[in-house]
Design a protein around this ligand. Structure first.
Ligand SMILES: [Zn+2]
Length: 301
């Protein structure tokens, strides 16, 4: 059936419907036109629709004008979007337990115009721990060397996307501390502290696997000044997503290596500021620690 015949059919049907419904149909058409005509702007989708603190926001732009470099501004910082398909671009944005829940604004510059959006960030109850330190307890401060190297690693933004599908658990041990746990030290709430990762109680020497594919962009050793982190592997998964695996007893990779999801990269240890063998896995998006749990299901790819 040709388009012309289709149109005629619809037109004659419209003549038969009662006058009230007819004008309703006309006004609906008007509304649709008003909404779509200025819509030369690319279409924006934000997921999840009801995010809570610790979630990763995915902002996807459809029908991107070729040759433009869209950006998104979030919490005062502007991030480039990356291609994830033909005329489709995306940026992943972090939320953390330190964020203010409630209405947050988001500006999307699609390359031709700016769209303002709001996101409702839901509050989340994170567990708390009380730590009592004796006054004479000797604390490790960490070294400038390790913090500089870890900061540089977290700041990496690589346009390529190396991971595919859901992330894997990096160790078979049971989870002993979840993401986001808050702390009281000697009775005082630590405003800036939250557990920036997930702890697995894997035995000493048990395998640590890459949670997703990527490029090894950081190898740090306790013997070279990684006093707090201990033996460390950082994997750049691309597009602002990175994993850090710390307190290792053994490192099987070197900087520049490409690793696959599930590949053994080292072993659980207790190096650095650790009181017993365990693996700490931190997942970073745009340099901020997010909850890895949603990444373990297929929701973000
Ligand atoms: Zn930890």
């Amino acid at each position: 059936m040709s388009k012309g015949r289709d149109f005629k059919l619809n037109f004659s049907m419209k003549l038969k419907v009662p006058r009230g419904i007819n004008s309703l149909v006309l006004s609906l058409i008007t509304v649709v036109l008003v909404l779509t005509l200025p819509g030369l702007a690319a279409q924006v989708r934000v997921n999840p629709s009801a995010p809570e603190l610790g979630d990763t926001l995915s902002v996807v732009l459809e029908s991107v004008t070729s040759g433009t470099q869209p950006t998104v501004t979030w919490k005062g910082k502007t991030y480039p979007m990356f291609a994830i398909g033909p005329n489709r671009m995306r940026v992943l944005l972090p939320t953390t337990p330190l964020d203010q829940p409630g209405t947050q604004s988001l500006q999307v510059n699609d390359g031709t115009q700016v769209q303002n959006l709001t996101v409702q960030l839901r509050d989340r109850d994170f567990p708390t721990q009380s730590i009592w330190l004796p006054p004479d307890k000797e604390e490790l401060n960490g070294t400038d060397y390790e913090f500089d190297r870890v900061d540089a690693f977290k700041a990496l933004v690589t346009p390529e996307k190396y991971w595919k599908g859901p992330f894997l658990r990096p160790n078979a041990g049971e989870i002993t501390t979840i993401y986001g746990v808050r702390r009281y030290y000697n009775g005082d709430f630590a405003e800036d502290y939250y557990h920036r990762g997930v702890d697995y109680a894997g035995g000493m020497g048990s395998p640590v696997v890459a949670p997703a594919a990527g490029r090894v962009a950081l190898v740090g050793r306790e013997s070279q000044g990684f006093e707090i982190h201990g033996n460390t592997i950082g994997i750049d998964h691309g597009q602002g997503v990175a994993s850090i695996l710390i307190h290792l007893s053994r490192i099987d990779v070197k900087e520049g290596d490409f690793v696959q999801a599930g590949q053994v990269i080292g072993a659980v240890g207790s190096s650095g500021a650790s009181t017993g063998p365990h693996l700490h896995w931190g997942l970073y998006v745009q340099g901020q620690s997010v909850d890895p749990v949603p990444w373990r299901s297929a929701t973000i790819d």
